[in-house]
Design a protein around this ligand. Structure first.
Ligand SMILES: Nc1ncnc2c1ncn2[C@@H]1O[C@H](COP(=O)(O)OP(=O)(O)OP(=O)(O)O)[C@@H](O)[C@H]1O
Ligand code: SF4
Ligand SMILES: [Mg+2]
Length: 395
């Protein structure tokens, strides 16, 4: 059994109206049926664009949000059903590191006081002296000097503050750390240092991570398994290498096609799928496949009516799309039917791109992308054209 298992987790926020906000007029389907497993000592990377429900899912694991439905099984116990008092003991074992370290650190407390607070609440260390020793040890582990204890959050740089956030989680000796956008607020040069620190700590302390990010490059190296989220649900999940070598879901293909390739020749010729349009509102998600309003491969049958389940397509590579096999085989082509706002560029050289990117696709080292106007085809010129496209059969 995995250390952390989510089964059909849903978090729906009621939308209230009325003078006293006493009428529920709808729901925000922020997380809508997510199942995933995180193995002990491993890292699960969760990616997806802003608003797709990543933070809500992370908070649900810690029961910081009410879970509408589903199970969150941690070390054999379903946390979703646990009374609040019993949940307290599990809170220590599951910690969270936030995106904005300054916002999550009390500016009026010094670092020792911030770190000791949680320790005292969870009865770690028998007295202040013992807690102080532990704090010193953890500060050294995260690469901060011991004199940091008497200083205040504003005296540190962004990267150092994130180290304090990590130290605050570590002093509680957790098993799992949920890192929500742990480096998105940091300079690119500092991002790698913090990611490396997380990896070192995982190795030395045997930690298990759920790392949330909107940036594929951030989760790539640290993750064993990556899950791609779209509008409250997982659309693809695979071992990290397999996902980068061959994304299978149209949404992941689009995300990956936006990552530059370090070989200028391949970069010029590779397929680029630019998704237009915003994420639909999670208060009113599209029926059927949630991605069908933006999918460049959308088909007339099933896509708008049946929600595709996340199915294993082999070797643990799971995809939620009715046409995975056909898209791989090329028997279902990209289509510019009504409802799609996609711009599709030149011919596919995906395999070549993947070979090169597998070699040394360190995005930091990647040369600046050569700007070449792709041979674009507007998805939808006008409403009349859209109607006509709707009537005509799709490829
Ligand atoms: N307490 C809440 N009440 C109502 N709606 C909420 C609440 N918290 C989040 N939401 C909504 O749920 C959806 C998912 O939000 P969430 O913060 O989980 O997204 P995210 O993937 O973490 O985005 P980001 O990358 O911007 O952090 C959003 O539409 C958000 O507005
Ligand atoms: S089910 Fe249809 S709309 Fe959804 S990703 Fe697959 S092809 Fe696109
Ligand atoms: Mg978030």
């Amino acid at each position: 059994m995995s250390l952390l298992e989510l089964d059909g987790v849903k978090v729906h926020f009621p939308v209230k109206k009325g003078l006293f906000f006493d009428r529920t007029v709808g729901h925000v389907y922020a997380v809508d049926g997510v199942s995933l497993s995180v193995e002990a000592g491993q890292t699960y990377g969760l990616v997806g664009e802003s608003g797709c429900g990543k933070t809500t899912l992370g908070r649900a694991v810690l029961r910081l949000n009410d879970i509408t439905d589903g199970a969150v099984v941690f070390d054999g116990t379903d946390l979703a059903k646990l009374p609040s008092e019993e949940m307290r003991a599990f809170r220590r074992r599951l910690q969270m590191v936030f995106q904005d370290p300054l916002g999550s650190l009390n500016p009026r407390q010094n670092i020792e006081s911030i770190l000791a607070e949680g320790m005292a609440a969870h009865n770690i260390g028998k007295d202040q002296a013992e807690r102080r020793e532990k704090i010193k040890e953890i500060l050294a582990k995260v690469g901060l000097p011991s004199n940091a204890m008497s200083r205040y959050p504003h005296e540190f740089s962004g990267g150092q503050r994130q180290r304090i956030g990590i130290a605050r989680a570590l002093v509680l000796e957790p098993d799992v750390i949920i890192c929500d956008e742990p480096v998105s607020a940091l300079d690119v040069s500092v991002q790698a240092q913090v990611i490396n620190l997380l990896e070192e700590l995982q190795e030395s302390l045997g930690l298990t991570y759920l790392v949330i990010a909107h940036d594929l490059a951030v989760v790539r190296h640290i993750s064993d398994v990556i899950g791609v989220m779209y509008l409250g649900g997982l659309v693809e999940e695979a071992p990290s290498d397999a996902l980068y070598a061959g994304p299978r879901h149209p949404y992941t293909k689009a995300l990956m096609s936006a990552v530059p390739v370090p070989d200028p020749e391949v970069e010029d010729r590779r397929e680029r799928i630019l998704l237009h349009g915003d994420l639909p509102s999670p208060a009113n998600p599209p029926a059927g496949c949630r991605f069908h309003t933006r999918c460049p491969w959308v088909q007339e049958t099933k896509c708008a009516t049946e929600r595709p389940p996340l199915l294993d397509t082999g070797d643990g590579h799971k995809v939620a799309c009715h046409f995975t096999a056909e898209i791989e085989a090329g028997t279902v082509k990209q289509t510019l039917a009504t409802g799609i706002e996609a711009v599709i560029s030149t011919e596919a050289v995906a395999t070549e791109a993947v070979e090169v990117s597998e070699g040394d696709a360190e995005t930091a080292d990647a040369p600046v992308k050569k700007e070449e106007e792709p041979a674009t085809v507007p998805a939808q010129a006008d409403a009349g054209e859209a109607e006509r496209a709707e009537e005509s059969p799709k490829a």
